[in-house]
Design a binder for this molecule. Structure first.
Ligand code: CO
Ligand code: ZN
Length: 332
Protein backbone atom coordinates (compact mmCIF):
# COMPACT_ATOMS: atom_id res chain seq x y z
CA UNK A 1 0.00 0.00 0.00
CA UNK A 2 1.39 3.38 -0.99
CA UNK A 3 1.83 5.83 1.81
CA UNK A 4 0.28 9.21 1.01
CA UNK A 5 2.73 11.34 2.99
CA UNK A 6 1.64 14.50 1.18
CA UNK A 7 -1.90 14.13 2.47
CA UNK A 8 -0.86 13.33 6.05
CA UNK A 9 1.51 16.31 6.03
CA UNK A 10 -1.25 18.58 4.74
CA UNK A 11 -3.64 17.36 7.44
CA UNK A 12 -1.16 17.80 10.30
CA UNK A 13 0.00 21.21 9.04
CA UNK A 14 -3.52 22.62 9.12
CA UNK A 15 -4.40 24.89 12.01
CA UNK A 16 -7.64 23.72 13.67
CA UNK A 17 -7.82 23.63 17.47
CA UNK A 18 -11.01 22.50 19.22
CA UNK A 19 -14.02 24.65 18.33
CA UNK A 20 -12.19 26.13 15.32
CA UNK A 21 -12.19 23.26 12.84
CA UNK A 22 -13.13 25.19 9.70
CA UNK A 23 -9.77 24.95 7.92
CA UNK A 24 -9.30 21.22 8.36
CA UNK A 25 -12.96 20.59 7.54
CA UNK A 26 -12.57 22.36 4.18
CA UNK A 27 -9.48 20.33 3.32
CA UNK A 28 -11.11 17.01 4.22
CA UNK A 29 -14.29 17.93 2.35
CA UNK A 30 -12.32 18.60 -0.84
CA UNK A 31 -10.41 15.35 -0.39
CA UNK A 32 -13.48 13.09 -0.02
CA UNK A 33 -16.17 14.74 -2.15
CA UNK A 34 -15.66 12.49 -5.17
CA UNK A 35 -16.01 9.34 -3.09
CA UNK A 36 -19.28 9.84 -1.16
CA UNK A 37 -22.96 10.35 -2.02
CA UNK A 38 -23.82 13.09 0.48
CA UNK A 39 -21.91 15.56 2.59
CA UNK A 40 -23.35 17.70 5.35
CA UNK A 41 -22.06 19.85 8.14
CA UNK A 42 -24.09 19.87 11.34
CA UNK A 43 -24.69 22.76 13.73
CA UNK A 44 -21.55 22.09 15.82
CA UNK A 45 -19.38 21.75 12.71
CA UNK A 46 -19.06 17.99 12.34
CA UNK A 47 -18.45 16.92 8.73
CA UNK A 48 -20.77 14.01 7.97
CA UNK A 49 -20.14 12.13 4.72
CA UNK A 50 -22.42 9.31 3.64
CA UNK A 51 -21.77 6.44 1.26
CA UNK A 52 -25.24 5.05 0.77
CA UNK A 53 -26.25 1.46 1.32
CA UNK A 54 -29.34 -0.30 2.63
CA UNK A 55 -27.83 -2.68 5.14
CA UNK A 56 -26.34 -1.80 8.55
CA UNK A 57 -25.86 1.87 9.35
CA UNK A 58 -22.24 2.26 10.38
CA UNK A 59 -20.80 5.45 11.83
CA UNK A 60 -17.04 5.93 11.70
CA UNK A 61 -15.67 8.86 13.69
CA UNK A 62 -12.30 10.56 13.68
CA UNK A 63 -11.75 13.92 15.29
CA UNK A 64 -10.57 16.94 13.32
CA UNK A 65 -9.63 19.14 16.27
CA UNK A 66 -6.24 19.48 17.93
CA UNK A 67 -5.10 20.63 21.37
CA UNK A 68 -3.88 24.20 21.88
CA UNK A 69 -3.39 27.13 24.23
CA UNK A 70 -5.84 30.01 24.62
CA UNK A 71 -4.79 33.53 25.59
CA UNK A 72 -6.48 34.71 28.78
CA UNK A 73 -4.50 37.91 29.44
CA UNK A 74 -1.79 40.11 27.96
CA UNK A 75 0.57 41.99 30.30
CA UNK A 76 2.05 45.50 29.90
CA UNK A 77 5.27 44.14 28.40
CA UNK A 78 3.33 42.16 25.77
CA UNK A 79 3.67 38.69 27.27
CA UNK A 80 0.64 36.40 26.86
CA UNK A 81 -0.84 34.36 29.68
CA UNK A 82 -2.75 31.29 28.62
CA UNK A 83 -4.93 28.34 29.55
CA UNK A 84 -5.17 24.91 27.94
CA UNK A 85 -7.58 23.75 25.26
CA UNK A 86 -7.51 19.99 25.73
CA UNK A 87 -5.03 17.87 27.66
CA UNK A 88 -1.65 19.55 28.00
CA UNK A 89 0.93 19.54 30.77
CA UNK A 90 3.25 22.42 31.68
CA UNK A 91 6.55 20.60 31.20
CA UNK A 92 5.47 19.45 27.73
CA UNK A 93 4.51 22.99 26.73
CA UNK A 94 7.73 24.51 28.04
CA UNK A 95 10.04 25.99 25.38
CA UNK A 96 7.80 24.92 22.51
CA UNK A 97 7.14 27.12 19.53
CA UNK A 98 3.50 27.87 18.89
CA UNK A 99 1.57 29.49 16.04
CA UNK A 100 -1.73 31.39 15.89
CA UNK A 101 -4.26 31.26 13.08
CA UNK A 102 -2.92 34.50 11.55
CA UNK A 103 0.62 33.14 11.48
CA UNK A 104 1.91 34.88 14.60
CA UNK A 105 4.64 32.70 16.13
CA UNK A 106 5.58 32.56 19.80
CA UNK A 107 7.68 30.63 22.30
CA UNK A 108 6.31 29.22 25.56
CA UNK A 109 8.46 29.94 28.60
CA UNK A 110 8.06 30.32 32.37
CA UNK A 111 8.87 32.52 35.34
CA UNK A 112 11.79 31.24 37.46
CA UNK A 113 10.45 28.40 39.64
CA UNK A 114 12.33 26.53 42.40
CA UNK A 115 10.86 23.12 41.71
CA UNK A 116 10.28 22.52 38.01
CA UNK A 117 8.29 19.42 38.91
CA UNK A 118 5.64 21.72 40.34
CA UNK A 119 5.44 23.95 37.27
CA UNK A 120 1.88 25.11 36.53
CA UNK A 121 0.45 26.86 33.50
CA UNK A 122 -0.19 30.01 35.57
CA UNK A 123 3.57 30.52 35.90
CA UNK A 124 4.00 30.31 32.16
CA UNK A 125 3.72 32.80 29.32
CA UNK A 126 4.07 33.10 25.56
CA UNK A 127 6.55 35.53 24.05
CA UNK A 128 5.51 36.66 20.55
CA UNK A 129 8.25 39.29 20.31
CA UNK A 130 5.97 42.16 21.28
CA UNK A 131 7.37 44.88 23.54
CA UNK A 132 4.09 46.26 24.85
CA UNK A 133 0.50 45.30 25.41
CA UNK A 134 -0.46 47.57 22.53
CA UNK A 135 1.95 45.91 20.14
CA UNK A 136 0.83 42.41 21.22
CA UNK A 137 -2.79 43.41 20.70
CA UNK A 138 -2.07 44.19 17.07
CA UNK A 139 -1.12 40.55 16.52
CA UNK A 140 -3.36 38.60 18.88
CA UNK A 141 -6.46 38.97 21.08
CA UNK A 142 -7.79 37.47 24.27
CA UNK A 143 -9.43 34.16 23.32
CA UNK A 144 -7.11 33.41 20.41
CA UNK A 145 -5.74 29.87 20.36
CA UNK A 146 -2.26 28.79 19.30
CA UNK A 147 -1.04 25.29 18.45
CA UNK A 148 2.37 23.61 18.30
CA UNK A 149 4.57 24.80 15.48
CA UNK A 150 6.84 21.95 14.43
CA UNK A 151 7.70 20.49 11.08
CA UNK A 152 6.31 17.24 9.71
CA UNK A 153 8.93 14.54 9.22
CA UNK A 154 8.80 11.04 7.79
CA UNK A 155 11.23 8.31 6.84
CA UNK A 156 10.69 4.72 5.59
CA UNK A 157 9.07 3.53 8.84
CA UNK A 158 8.06 6.49 10.94
CA UNK A 159 6.09 9.69 10.90
CA UNK A 160 6.89 12.41 13.44
CA UNK A 161 4.52 15.35 13.73
CA UNK A 162 2.28 17.45 15.93
CA UNK A 163 -1.42 16.48 16.07
CA UNK A 164 -1.16 13.02 14.59
CA UNK A 165 -3.85 12.86 17.29
CA UNK A 166 -6.08 12.70 15.41
CA UNK A 167 -5.21 13.76 11.89
CA UNK A 168 -3.85 10.26 11.41
CA UNK A 169 -7.36 8.96 12.18
CA UNK A 170 -8.78 11.35 9.56
CA UNK A 171 -6.11 10.18 7.12
CA UNK A 172 -7.01 6.51 7.68
CA UNK A 173 -10.71 7.23 7.09
CA UNK A 174 -9.96 9.13 3.87
CA UNK A 175 -7.62 6.46 2.51
CA UNK A 176 -9.99 3.62 3.45
CA UNK A 177 -12.84 5.45 1.72
CA UNK A 178 -10.78 5.85 -1.46
CA UNK A 179 -10.01 2.15 -1.59
CA UNK A 180 -13.42 0.89 -0.52
CA UNK A 181 -15.10 -1.65 -2.82
CA UNK A 182 -18.87 -1.90 -3.23
CA UNK A 183 -20.63 -2.49 0.06
CA UNK A 184 -24.22 -2.89 1.20
CA UNK A 185 -23.54 -1.06 4.43
CA UNK A 186 -24.85 2.46 4.87
CA UNK A 187 -21.65 4.25 5.82
CA UNK A 188 -21.37 7.56 7.62
CA UNK A 189 -17.85 8.92 7.92
CA UNK A 190 -17.99 11.59 10.58
CA UNK A 191 -15.08 13.97 11.02
CA UNK A 192 -15.88 15.29 14.46
CA UNK A 193 -15.24 18.53 16.33
CA UNK A 194 -14.22 19.16 19.94
CA UNK A 195 -13.07 15.65 20.87
CA UNK A 196 -10.13 16.95 22.87
CA UNK A 197 -12.38 18.86 25.24
CA UNK A 198 -14.86 16.06 25.90
CA UNK A 199 -16.07 14.09 22.85
CA UNK A 200 -18.62 16.81 22.14
CA UNK A 201 -18.93 16.56 18.37
CA UNK A 202 -19.26 12.77 18.53
CA UNK A 203 -22.14 13.10 20.95
CA UNK A 204 -24.28 15.31 18.72
CA UNK A 205 -23.35 13.61 15.45
CA UNK A 206 -24.09 10.14 16.84
CA UNK A 207 -27.52 11.39 17.87
CA UNK A 208 -28.07 12.77 14.38
CA UNK A 209 -26.79 9.74 12.46
CA UNK A 210 -28.39 7.21 14.82
CA UNK A 211 -26.11 4.32 13.74
CA UNK A 212 -26.47 0.57 14.33
CA UNK A 213 -22.73 0.21 14.87
CA UNK A 214 -19.97 2.70 15.66
CA UNK A 215 -16.25 2.83 15.13
CA UNK A 216 -13.76 5.48 16.14
CA UNK A 217 -10.30 6.01 14.69
CA UNK A 218 -7.83 7.53 17.10
CA UNK A 219 -4.38 7.24 18.58
CA UNK A 220 -3.45 5.22 21.66
CA UNK A 221 -0.45 5.04 23.98
CA UNK A 222 2.36 2.50 23.83
CA UNK A 223 4.47 0.59 26.34
CA UNK A 224 7.56 0.33 24.16
CA UNK A 225 9.74 3.27 25.24
CA UNK A 226 12.36 3.14 28.05
CA UNK A 227 10.65 2.30 31.37
CA UNK A 228 7.23 3.14 29.94
CA UNK A 229 4.09 2.50 31.95
CA UNK A 230 3.10 -1.11 31.33
CA UNK A 231 1.00 -1.48 28.20
CA UNK A 232 0.97 -4.35 25.69
CA UNK A 233 0.95 -2.07 22.65
CA UNK A 234 4.02 -1.31 20.55
CA UNK A 235 4.85 0.52 17.36
CA UNK A 236 4.99 -1.82 14.34
CA UNK A 237 2.82 -4.50 15.98
CA UNK A 238 -0.19 -3.57 13.88
CA UNK A 239 -3.53 -1.83 14.20
CA UNK A 240 -4.61 -1.73 17.84
CA UNK A 241 -8.11 -3.08 18.50
CA UNK A 242 -9.39 -1.46 21.66
CA UNK A 243 -10.71 -3.55 24.53
CA UNK A 244 -11.09 -0.80 27.13
CA UNK A 245 -10.20 2.77 27.95
CA UNK A 246 -11.54 5.37 30.37
CA UNK A 247 -14.52 6.16 28.14
CA UNK A 248 -15.77 2.64 27.31
CA UNK A 249 -15.57 -1.12 27.36
CA UNK A 250 -15.81 -2.36 23.80
CA UNK A 251 -18.84 -4.54 23.08
CA UNK A 252 -17.62 -8.19 23.05
CA UNK A 253 -19.33 -8.83 19.71
CA UNK A 254 -17.56 -5.88 18.16
CA UNK A 255 -14.21 -6.96 19.59
CA UNK A 256 -14.83 -10.42 18.13
CA UNK A 257 -15.89 -8.98 14.77
CA UNK A 258 -12.80 -6.79 14.57
CA UNK A 259 -10.30 -9.50 15.49
CA UNK A 260 -11.96 -11.99 13.12
CA UNK A 261 -11.87 -9.55 10.21
CA UNK A 262 -8.20 -8.88 10.97
CA UNK A 263 -7.41 -12.61 11.02
CA UNK A 264 -9.41 -13.40 7.85
CA UNK A 265 -7.48 -10.76 5.94
CA UNK A 266 -4.04 -11.33 7.45
CA UNK A 267 -3.98 -7.88 8.99
CA UNK A 268 -1.51 -7.45 11.82
CA UNK A 269 -3.28 -6.37 15.01
CA UNK A 270 -2.79 -6.05 18.74
CA UNK A 271 -5.27 -5.70 21.61
CA UNK A 272 -5.32 -2.42 23.47
CA UNK A 273 -6.20 -1.49 27.02
CA UNK A 274 -5.58 2.19 27.67
CA UNK A 275 -5.58 3.32 31.30
CA UNK A 276 -5.89 7.01 30.51
CA UNK A 277 -7.94 8.91 27.93
CA UNK A 278 -10.87 7.98 25.72
CA UNK A 279 -12.14 8.41 22.18
CA UNK A 280 -15.24 9.45 20.25
CA UNK A 281 -16.52 5.88 20.62
CA UNK A 282 -16.98 6.71 24.31
CA UNK A 283 -19.79 9.06 23.26
CA UNK A 284 -21.11 6.97 20.36
CA UNK A 285 -21.68 3.75 22.33
CA UNK A 286 -23.98 5.45 24.85
CA UNK A 287 -25.97 7.29 22.17
CA UNK A 288 -29.77 6.97 22.50
CA UNK A 289 -30.48 3.35 23.50
CA UNK A 290 -26.87 2.23 23.01
CA UNK A 291 -24.68 1.49 19.98
CA UNK A 292 -22.25 -1.45 19.88
CA UNK A 293 -18.96 0.30 19.14
CA UNK A 294 -15.28 -0.34 18.71
CA UNK A 295 -12.07 1.53 18.08
CA UNK A 296 -9.13 1.11 15.73
CA UNK A 297 -6.21 2.84 17.41
CA UNK A 298 -2.86 3.86 16.00
CA UNK A 299 -0.06 3.15 18.50
CA UNK A 300 1.53 6.53 19.17
CA UNK A 301 4.53 7.67 21.17
CA UNK A 302 4.53 11.04 22.99
CA UNK A 303 0.82 11.78 22.56
CA UNK A 304 -0.13 15.44 22.98
CA UNK A 305 3.44 16.65 22.50
CA UNK A 306 4.73 18.68 19.57
CA UNK A 307 6.30 15.55 18.04
CA UNK A 308 4.11 12.48 18.19
CA UNK A 309 5.59 9.37 16.54
CA UNK A 310 3.76 6.59 14.67
CA UNK A 311 4.61 3.66 12.40
CA UNK A 312 3.65 3.71 8.73
CA UNK A 313 3.01 -0.02 8.83
CA UNK A 314 0.53 0.38 11.68
CA UNK A 315 -1.24 3.11 9.71
CA UNK A 316 -1.52 0.88 6.64
CA UNK A 317 -2.79 -2.03 8.77
CA UNK A 318 -5.41 0.32 10.23
CA UNK A 319 -6.57 1.45 6.78
CA UNK A 320 -6.93 -2.14 5.67
CA UNK A 321 -8.81 -3.16 8.81
CA UNK A 322 -11.26 -0.27 8.50
CA UNK A 323 -11.81 -0.98 4.82
CA UNK A 324 -12.50 -4.68 5.41
CA UNK A 325 -14.87 -3.90 8.30
CA UNK A 326 -16.85 -1.50 6.14
CA UNK A 327 -17.05 -3.99 3.27
CA UNK A 328 -18.22 -6.83 5.47
CA UNK A 329 -21.83 -7.90 5.76
CA UNK A 330 -22.23 -7.58 9.50
CA UNK A 331 -24.55 -9.70 11.62
CA UNK A 332 -24.32 -9.09 15.33
CO1 CO B 1 -5.95 13.72 22.00
ZN1 ZN C 1 -7.45 11.86 19.77
Amino acid sequence: MDFNGNLLKKLTDTYSPSGNEERIRNIIKEEIKGYVDEIKIDALGNLIARKKGNDKKIMVAGHMDQIGYMIIDIDDKGFLRFTNVGGVSPHIALNQRVIFENGTVGIVHCEPVDDMGKLKLDKMFIDIGATSKEEANKKVSIGDICVYHTEYYEDENRVMSKCLDDRVGCYIMIEALKQLKETKNDIYLVFTVQEEIGLRGARTSAYGVNPDIGFALDVTGVGDTPKAKRMAVSLDNGAAIKVKDVSMIVHPKIKKLMTEVAKENNIKYQLEILEYGGTDAGAIHINREGVPSGVISVPTRYIHTSSEVVSKNDINDSIKLLMKLLEKEITL
